[in-house]
Design a protein around this ligand. Structure first.
Ligand code: SF4
Length: 368
């Protein structure tokens, strides 16, 4: 059946990929509906190579921090956020955060700090600016990849300012780039079901559009494997592609599988996605996002063995050493929270690829 499916449905798409032609919505749907997993992987790998990709696989030495888990939004898929009164709620000062970062820097010498937070109504915009400023002063050579578009939007509400004002001030304080969170699925229907308190997709795009125009590169994501349809996944990817056509500031796309543990969806008996679904989403993302250079296999979510397989499904980046991850682990991820450089190198080599340590902007630091 798989062979027949591949001949019947993937063959016209393969012709387009070989000719480096852009795939459309219907092609995306055909890919998503295909059961020919190996065929999808082969096509995605072909697309990566046709567009100039080689055997290099990137990773970064980075450090994840969360400054507060207090959040007003209450997304239904989130196991991380709390109200201020819950015993495990925390909000750190800029000085506490810097102290933590400095201690960790002594240990692992990362080149990037990645911070995302809950959207606490109990802080001010100055708290974010002070944090950015103090981190930059303490670690001037470390790239600061801070705050999702949702958080930037939250800051604009706290400060009564525009997205542009917020981004300009953070950039002046030392912000280097934005992570890609908060995208979830862009379709209104899905946002209403899983994150009714979150701003509409248009605000997410406005933040990224503004950042790119200010020379701040960003990342983009898709949280899949909950209530979204295949059509809504394809719509999400094509909206990202349109934005990239307009401003070109996305460094990488990261598909994120939904983890239901400790959320309302766990009580409804939901399970997280199968590895085959994760590989399919990666492959389709690579095929549709012809203008985003890097597609990440996020090992925190899928585990390193599957991330290594994903390198044959269009991925060319395995994220990084990470060191400490709370958000997916609150939702039941059972992967390690830290991956040592030599382990990452070993996995990438075992997949037949060349490990390249990069900085946030994809400049090479070292290769093996
Ligand atoms: S996903 Fe983010 S915005 Fe939504 S509840 Fe969790 S911390 Fe808050």
């Amino acid at each position: 059946m798989a062979v027949i499916d591949r001949i019947d449905t993937l063959a016209p798409i393969r012709e387009k990929v070989e000719a480096n032609e852009r795939l459309d919505f219907e092609d995306g749907l055909t890919l998503m509906e295909s059961d020919d997993l190996l065929g999808l992987g082969e096509l995605a790998d072909l697309a990566r190579r046709v567009r100039g990709g080689n055997d290099e696989v990137y990773f970064i030495q980075n450090f994840y921090l969360n400054q507060t888990n207090v959040c007003r939004v209450k997304c239904k898929f989130c196991a991380f956020s709390m109200t201020r009164k819950e015993p495990a709620a925390y909000t750190l000062t800029a000085d506490q955060l810097v102290e933590d970062a400095l201690q960790q820097y002594e240990r692992s010498g990362f080149t990037e700090i990645h911070i995302v937070n809950g959207e606490s109504p109990h802080v001010t915009f100055d708290w974010y600016v002070e944090t950015t400023c103090k981190l930059h002063e303490a670690l001037p050579d470390v790239h600061l990849k801070l705050y999702t578009a949702s958080e930037i939007h939250h800051m604009s509400k706290l400060a009564g300012a525009t997205h542009e004002d917020v981004l300009r001030e953070l950039k002046a304080a030392g912000l280097g780039s934005l992570p890609g969170g908060g995208a979830e699925i862009f379709a209104d229907r899905v946002r209403q079901l899983i994150a009714p308190g979150k701003e509409p997709a248009e605000e997410w795009f406005h933040v990224h559009d503004t950042a790119h125009r200010l020379g701040i590169p960003t990342h983009c994501t898709m949280l899949y494997g909950h209530v979204e349809s295949y059509e809504e996944r394809i719509d999400h990817l094509l909206r990202l592609r349109d934005q990239q056509d307009a401003t070109g500031g996305f460094l990488a796309f990261i598909p994120l599988a939904f983890h239901p543990e400790n959320t309302v969806f766990e009580r409804r008996g939901w399970r997280h996605t199968a590895g085959s679904e994760d590989l399919k989403v990666l492959a389709v993302s690579r095929l549709l996002l012809d203008n985003v250079p890097n597609i990440k296999a996020y090992w925190i979510m899928m585990g390193m063995p599957l991330a290594a397989v994903a390198l044959h499904f269009g991925a060319n980046d395995v994220q990084g050493t990470v060191v400490r991850e709370e958000i997916f682990h609150a939702a039941g991820a059972t992967t390690e929270t830290e991956q040592k450089v030599d382990e990452l190198v070993r996995f990438v080599k075992a997949a037949g690829r060349i490990p390249v340590q990069r900085d946030t902007l994809y400049n090479e630091i070292r290769r093996w």
